[in-house]
Design a protein around this ligand. Structure first.
Ligand code: SF4
Length: 346
């Protein structure tokens, strides 16, 4: 395939980046640890949201040794609301491996980096180019979107062969003196100009002259999208157990969705108030009253939860553990699906 981007266009991209780049906290460091944390947080999460999570995380766990030592509950609390919690667990696994192998910091080759838990081709490229100024491109969906539009490339961008072709070409365009800005500039262009949803802002793009889809006004046709499977819908009944102004939370099982995190008690089906009353009586709960709190909805990547929620006031604690609102807010990681119910409790 003949590529249209040459070093001349890369220079135009770098000039554009110097003028337009956003001031983001992780752009003030060359510490591979901090760059790694920001990159993992930015996967699947918007920049604005990541900013405050990143700053709090770095304040509490400023080094890789601190991360290796952190208790899982505390780590998940720092991650609460970011979703995809396996990312947080992999961070800790990776930090532990680096500390246990006495590596001190991240290795400086792609092969060694990719042996660490949770580090794939993109993250390895980001760490190597941003922290170590190595000519290894970081290619994610944003970069591939830009490239597919420039080349009017109809191929499946998830195909390893296609990705590899772009990787090899971009590598040839990189120089150590601007490897960091090269990666950051592509990220910035994907976020501010060559947008994923809606019309790209081509009049501001440094690649306009060579962009094939701009010339032919076919920007919105690229990248070619596969039809996604519809999300599975699940009905749930959530019953918030309250005793003495404290609430019951419990740990989810160690596998499946939101594994090992805390949850409000629930069942995997719809229940009316009467059905719930009967169900709780079979569990020997001493019910004072049941209040209906309404319907809540939560969307995960592949599943949607339709939740019918009740607040159950108990006369006795039975065998449950209860926590104050403050304890739950400060200590335990309640995923967003439950958090949105919890914050509605008066
Ligand atoms: S000219 Fe438009 S479509 Fe082409 S890379 Fe730039 S923003 Fe994207």
């Amino acid at each position: 395939m003949k590529f249209h981007i040459t070093k001349k266009e890369i220079q135009a991209l770098l000039d554009w980046y110097q003028k337009e780049k956003r001031d983001l906290p992780w752009r003030h460091t060359t510490d591979p640890y901090r760059i790694w944390i920001s990159e993992i947080m930015l996967q699947q999460t918007r920049v604005e949201k990541v900013k405050k999570y990143y700053e709090r995380f770095i304040l509490e766990l400023p080094t890789i040794e601190d991360l290796a030592k952190v208790k899982e509950d505390h780590l998940l609390k720092l991650w609460e609301g970011l979703g995809y919690y396996s990312r947080a667990r992999n961070l800790k696994k990776c930090a532990l491996e680096i500390v246990q192998k006495n590596l001190k910091t991240f290795p400086e080759t792609k092969e060694e980096l990719m042996k660490l838990p949770g580090i794939g081709l993109y993250t390895a490229g980001a760490i190597l180019s941003i922290a170590y100024h190595k000519c290894i491109p970081a290619i994610d969906g944003n970069v591939l979107r830009i490239l597919s539009r420039i080349e009017e490339d109809p191929r499946d961008l998830l195909n390893e062969k296609v990705k590899n072709e772009y990787l090899i070409h971009l590598e040839k365009l990189m120089e150590p003196s601007y490897a960091r800005d090269f990666t950051e500039a592509f990220i910035e262009l994907g976020a501010l100009v060559c947008l994923p949803n809606g019309t790209p802002v081509c009049q501001k793009c440094p690649f306009q002259q060579i962009c094939q889809s701009f010339q032919n006004q076919t920007m919105l046709k690229y990248p070619h999208k596969k039809v996604k499977n519809a999300r599975r819908k699940e009905e749930k009944t959530i019953y918030v157990l309250e005793y003495n102004e404290k609430y019951c939370i419990q740990k989810r099982k160690k596998s499946g969705l939101l594994s090992g995190l805390y949850e409000l008690p629930n069942v995997d089906s719809f229940m009316t108030k009467e059905m719930l009353n009967t169900f709780l009586q079979t569990k020997k709960e001493q019910i004072e009253k049941i209040q209906e709190l309404g319907k809540f909805h939560h969307v995960f990547s592949h599943i949607e939860w339709e939740m019918t929620v009740y607040l159950v006031h108990l006369k006795s604690p039975n065998h449950h553990k209860f926590y104050s609102k403050k304890e739950i807010e400060t200590t335990y990681s309640l995923p967003t699906a439950f958090q949105k119910i919890f914050i509605k409790l008066k």
